[in-house]
Ligand binder design. Structure first.
Ligand code: SF4
Length: 656
């Protein structure tokens, strides 16, 4: 049951419909000059899906506080007018929106000509590689006032609450930590003085908005940095924030530069709950929110059942499924966030507009009929809509991988009669391989969600049915065909590749019977996944041989380092710059990057050297003369990732 999660909650005077708070996310369209239409539609979709209190992406309290140029500044009247519309529309729809007040401090990566980053002390930022200017004491006071002015704006613009961004290593955290605050004045020198800035901000915000307006303080429960803020300081700080007027504490974990993964898929769900629980123990009755790596309401229920915590903050899960709360309430399948970070965090880190791998509609809520821009293949030989018929039409979707399932789902949702043909015995395509990789088990949820929705929407799914040349007549009976037949493993010219212990990656993923000494040939994401999977057995030695210098060069910025660290922990050997590969019955021989001859013992050799489009069917569809789109790997394998596959499936459905 979800009894605890679905009970009303409270932050100050604000009554919340349930115990889930949508956490702040940088969406990357604060600057879109559309009067706030995109932002409003994004939040409204979540209100309609049952979201309670939602927190906006950080709004900088002054120009120097902007982290990436795509974020809004509260000094900017046009931005404030956009926010007014957003708050007004959300409020009119019965939603609750808190404005997040933000200052990046030394994490700022200013636009050309923008203000130079400032911080408590001149400690270089690993994010911008700049050394910020140390703030003079009077400038510190002015930033406290900026926060207070931002809070007053929030109240006047019609927001229901404010959240002060004091976690993740931004300015307020930089004052708290001995690593970044080297001052010896009223703002630093000992824990008491380092706490003073955050406490002063809360007090000033409280004074600015009056006693009744809800103020949430987001703080770091554990910075996960060597010699960072100690536990006693965190406890004392939490109590001081409460005394200064915070109505709730939202507990974050880790800084952006912490060497410990916090929100990546390989962090087990609920892992950080004890950090928030420790803060709760320090502040007694004050509401405390847990956050980070909680992606289902059932997990949130377990948090509330197992700890005295009051509320649970979930952010990315609301990108993946705007109707997360309503669907969970009614026991319907949810489109679960798989914590890939590929379309959200990895993009927000560089200030790009976010989307979601499993939900390409993110950012297009205002205009759901606008394609995501993935430009699916349009065959010049067949004009789009060659038989324009309005109303429901019949579509065949060939292939039930990410692209095909998404296309089928969206077509069925639009009311068309959809039949999906999948050659394998089960749907899922490459996602079915991926879900065996540690941390990627939730990929199975995506397949489950889409297939359950297909059933609910009355679409037909035929597995074990390969569509071939002989099916031209069948295809012709449809008004449209989506070719989503995916990829084939690319063969490379490799002496010895006919030996029985040489496998392609597809069969290797599916098979537990890999030997004790596994060599993976390839350097992309699939090779990394395979090495990660194979290395789960502690008695197995895994070696990755790659031509290039960098393993997984296209992996996401927020995940690559964490996964590679995991491979190192599991003693996976990585040999870059290899050439002259040859497979012998007992070993792989090669010349390594230093020019040395090497022999790596192997009883299984897995080739993961890229993919080719499985596009045989395109000719048949063309001959049939039926409207069609080719999507995902079947269209093009260069630069293919699941984000693109889902987006192309979505766009193809829109084009029909
Ligand atoms: Fe979750 Fe990935 Fe979507 Fe981000 S892109 S919300 S991590 S599924």
């Amino acid at each position: 049951g979800l009894d605890r999660v679905l009970r009303p909650g409270r932050i100050g005077r604000l009554v919340l419909p349930h115990r889930i708070v949508m956490g702040a996310m940088h969406l990357g369209w604060d600057h879109r000059d559309d009067g706030g239409r995109t932002l409003a539609a994004f939040y409204l979709a979540r209100v309609r899906g049952g979201a309670g209190l939602m927190v906006t992406g950080g709004a900088a309290v002054s120009p120097a506080g902007v982290d990436v140029p795509s974020s809004g500044v509260l000094d900017d009247t046009a931005f404030r007018e956009r926010l007014r519309r957003v708050a007004g529309e959300v409020g009119a729809a019965g939603g609750l929106l808190a404005l997040q007040l933000f200052h990046a401090g030394r994490y700022a990566r200013p636009a050309t000509g923008g203000p130079y980053p400032v911080a408590p002390s001149a400690v270089p930022s690993p994010l911008s590689r700049l050394t910020p200017a140390a703030l003079p004491a009077d400038a510190v006071t002015r930033i406290v006032e900026d926060f207070a002015r931002g809070a007053a704006h929030a109240r006047d613009l019609g927001f229901s609450a404010v959240e002060i961004m004091g976690s993740e290593g931004y300015l307020i955290d930089q004052f708290l930590s001995p690593l970044t605050n080297r001052r010896d004045d009223e703002w630093g020198g000992d824990p008491q003085r380092r706490m003073r800035f955050g406490v002063a901000v809360v007090a000033a915000v409280r004074a600015a908005v009056g006693p009744d307006f809800p103020v949430v303080m987001r703080m770091t429960g554990d910075d996960l940095l060597p010699d960072g803020t100690d536990r006693d300081t965190v406890t004392a700080y939490a109590r001081a924030l409460a005394a200064a007027g915070a109505d709730a504490l939202n507990v974050g974990v880790g800084w952006h530069e912490s060497p410990v993964p916090t929100v990546q898929a390989l962090v087990p769900p609920g892992h950080w709950v004890p950090v928030a629980a420790a803060v709760k123990a320090a502040v007694g009755a004050l509401p405390v929110l847990a956050s980070n790596r909680i992606n289902r309401l059932a997990q949130a229920e377990a948090v509330l059942a197992g700890t005295p915590l009051d509320l649970v903050s979930m952010a990315r899960p609301f990108l993946a499924d705007p109707a997360l709360v309503t669907r969970s309430r009614h026991g319907r399948p949810v489109n679960v966030c798989v914590a890939c970070n590929q379309a959200c965090i990895d993009r927000s880190l560089v200030g790009a507009a976010v989307s979601c791998m499993v939900n390409p509609l993110v950012g297009r809520e205002a205009d759901p009929a606008t394609p995501s821009g993935s430009a699916p293949h349009v065959d010049p030989a067949v004009r789009a809509g060659s038989t324009p018929v309005h109303g429901p039409r019949t579509v065949a979707v060939v292939g039930a991988g990410p692209a095909g399932l998404r296309a089928a789902h969206d077509l069925a949702l639009a009311g068309h009669r959809v039949t999906v043909y999948e050659a394998d015995g089960e749907p899922g395509g490459q996602f079915r391989l991926a879900c065996r990789v540690p941390g990627k088990a939730d990929y199975a949820e995506t397949i489950r969600f889409l297939t359950a929705e297909l059933t609910r929407l009355g679409a037909q799914l035929h597995t074990g049915r390969r569509i071939t040349d002989a099916d031209e007549e069948l295809l012709r009976r449809h008004d449209g065909v989506i070719v989503a037949t995916g990829v084939l493993p690319r063969r490379i010219d490799l002496p010895g590749d006919g030996l029985p212990h040489v496998r392609d990656y597809g069969s290797a993923f599916a098979d537990d019977a890999l030997g004790r000494r596994v060599v993976v040939i390839g350097g992309g994401g699939i090779a990394v996944d395979l090495a990660h999977l194979a290395s789960q057995r502690p008695d197995r030695q895994v070696t990755v041989l790659l031509r290039g210098e960098r393993l997984g060069p296209r992996m996401g910025r927020s995940t690559r380092w964490a996964v590679l660290a995991e491979l190192r922990r599991r003693a996976v050997q990585v040999v870059p710059g290899v050439r002259d590969l040859r497979v012998d019955p007992d070993a792989v021989r090669l010349v390594d990057g230093t020019g040395a001859d090497r022999s790596v013992p192997a009883d299984t050799v897995v080739v993961a050297a890229g993919q080719l489009p499985a596009d045989d069917l395109v000719r048949t569809v063309r001959r049939a003369g039926v409207w069609h789109r080719v999507v995902g790997g079947a269209r093009d394998t260069s630069g293919l990732d699941a984000v693109r596959a889902f987006a192309e499936g979505h766009d193809a459905a829109l084009a029909f």
